[in-house]
Unconditional design. Structure first.
Length: 368
């Protein structure tokens, strides 16, 4: 039995159905690949996390080693001097910064209920003097107070427990402990054999010399350049901003100056978002501590001065004119990587994956 050919309307309907099915299959396959990749990354966390950590530190320390080599020092000796300096800096941080950070964090956690009461009282007094009068004040007080205290009492321990569980899960297992012990050895290898790695890394690609291999080399080189700009640039810039803010807040007399500086340095790795969050927290603490408008304005001035130093001094000298990952791409990559690829490991590997997508997109989608 020979079926008649479909009409034009039936053909469009069949084509739409086939296209929808193909897109659904493609999305399902992509989702499965991402899930499988996340599962594989979690299984290999004990190997990948130490290697990634050593690679990031190597990105940051390599210019220092090169600078010492240019001063007629052998590369091996330069690496050992960098290691000695790194160990001394670690001892200094552990001895001076960490205890102060713990003290300030404990003090802030203990003062949170008092700050809530202070904010509630200030807003209530302002509402009592406002055109809304007593009724607005009663509404505000009924909507806050115990509810805020209860929320803080429940949320803060939950956040702490969640972080401890994630860090505990990441660091659990003999494999991860051994991997972390091997980080200095990985780092020494990356720094000592930089020239050999740069000259011969293409030989280890499982591809014959061809156009395809040339494209793979181009993409991987672009990824490496983006990672150098991000880790060597953004991390160092964020560290410098954190140190400057700590000094500025300390001179201002703001409580928790070290905690705010460390927070700014950590969050500053995510461009714009980290600065905005740090600024809001610093303004709130300044207003609560001093109870006037002058000190929040001074906090804004300190932030403005540090941002100017970052824009005109730190970034040009550290990053230069090279273009790294767009700040929005970094934020989206971290969020998506953490959600799809599995917790902390996904967040760590999100930046290389974003760099890979950027290189592929610029090469094959926006290719002129």
């Amino acid at each position: 039995m020979i079926l008649p050919p479909p009409s034009e309307k039936q053909a469009r309907l069949l084509w739409t159905a086939a296209t929808t099915l193909a897109v659904a299959v493609l999305l399902a396959a992509t989702g499965f690949i991402l899930w499988a990749l996340g599962w594989l990354l979690n299984q290999l966390a004990a190997v990948l996390v130490p290697l990634a950590l050593a690679g990031i530190v190597a990105y940051v320390l390599d210019p220092v080693v090169d600078w010492l080599v240019q001063r007629k020092m052998s590369r091996q000796r330069a690496i050992w001097w960098v290691f000695i300096f790194l160990a001394a800096a670690a001892v200094l941080v552990v001895g001076l910064v960490v205890p102060r950070l713990v003290v300030e964090t404990t003090q802030l956690a203990a003062r949170v209920p008092d700050y809530v009461t202070q904010v509630r009282t200030s807003v209530s007094e302002w509402l009592a003097q406002s055109p809304w009068g007593l009724r607005a004040r009663e509404t505000w007080e009924s909507a806050t107070g115990d509810r805020v205290r209860t929320w803080l009492a429940e949320t803060a321990p939950a956040i702490g427990t969640w972080l401890l569980e994630r860090l505990g899960g990441l660091m659990s297992g003999l494999g991860m402990v051994i991997g972390m012990v091997l980080v200095p050895f990985y780092l020494f290898y990356f720094l000592a054999h930089k020239a050999d790695i740069q000259a011969r890394w293409t030989e280890f690609l499982p591809l014959q010399k061809s156009r395809i291999k040339e494209e793979v080399v181009f993409v991987l080189t672009a990824i490496n350049d983006a990672l150098i700009v991000f880790f060597r640039g953004q991390v160092l810039v964020a560290l410098g901003v954190g140190v400057l803010l700590t000094i500025g807040f300390g001179v201002l007399g703001l409580n928790y100056a070290v905690l705010l500086g460390v927070l700014a340095a950590v969050l500053g790795i995510i461009p714009y978002l980290g600065s905005a969050v740090s600024l809001v927290i610093a303004l709130a603490l300044a207003a609560l501590q001093f109870g006037d408008w002058l000190h929040p304005v001074l906090v804004l001035a300190i932030f403005g001065a540090v941002q100017a130093i970052e824009g005109f001094v730190l970034s040009p000298r550290i990053i230069g004119t090279r273009v790294g990952l767009h700040p929005v791409a970094v934020i989206i990559a971290v969020l998506v990587g953490t959600a799809l690829l599995g917790g902390i490991v996904g967040g760590i590997l999100a930046i290389p994956l974003a760099a890979a997508l950027r290189a592929i997109w610029n090469r094959y989608v926006w290719k002129k």
